[in-house]
Structure formats: structure tokens, C-alpha cells
Design a protein around this ligand. Structure first.
Ligand SMILES: [Zn+2]
Length: 100
């Protein structure tokens, strides 16, 4: 018996979870494949982060909002490493590379 795939059928939640996990792993992999430690930001993002007290995690490159701009080494909500620095601080440390 041939089973037809009904295009209007709902995607099982398991599939969505797996896709989400894959997406997360790919993001982590991309972050790790940037081992030189630079966080690459556009100038717009950099300025936005400066204005909004943003910071970056030097471990996983995650952008973190609402932190003290002078903060050094606070815990990352994404990877848990104590590598979150305010953008101004990270920039002073030469850890931010501005890209187009
Ligand atoms: Zn992190």
C-alpha cells in the first residue's frame, strides 16, 4: 500500500525539536569555527550595543543585552562561560572586529 504524504499534515513536534537542536548545534559550530577569539559585529550592531548596555560572550560569541558596559567575565546565558564582557570593554581588549 502506498502512503501518500498529506502536505497539510502537521509536522510532528519531535521533528521541530530536532530541527531546533540542529540549528542550535550549527550556531555553536559556527561560533567554534571562529577560534581566533574575535567577535565580529557590524558597526551598526556595535553602536546599538554601546547604547543599550550590551555585551558579548567571548566564548560562544553570543550577544548579551542589558549588562554593565564595564563588566568583565560575567556568566553567559547561552553557554555558561564566564566570558561576557561589555562591548566597550571587549573593544578595548581588541576582541571586537567590525565588519560590513
Ligand atoms: Zn557564551
Amino acid at each position: 500500500m502506498i502512503t501518500h504524504i498529506n502536505p497539510s499534515a502537521k509536522i510532528p513536534i519531535e521533528t521541530l525539536v530536532i530541527l531546533l537542536l540542529l540549528f542550535h548545534m550549527i550556531r555553536k559550530f559556527l561560533a567554534m569555527s571562529n577560534p581566533d577569539g574575535y567577535v565580529r559585529l557590524t558597526k551598526e550592531t556595535f553602536n546599538l550595543l554601546l547604547e543599550s548596555n550590551g555585551g558579548v560572550c567571548l566564548e560562544c560569541k553570543e550577544i548579551v543585552y542589558d549588562i554593565d558596559p564595564e563588566v568583565e567575565g560575567c556568566s553567559c546565558p547561552s553557554c555558561g562561560a564566564k566570558e561576557v564582557y561589555g562591548v566597550a570593554q571587549a573593544s578595548t581588549m581588541g576582541k571586537i572586529e567590525l565588519v560590513k
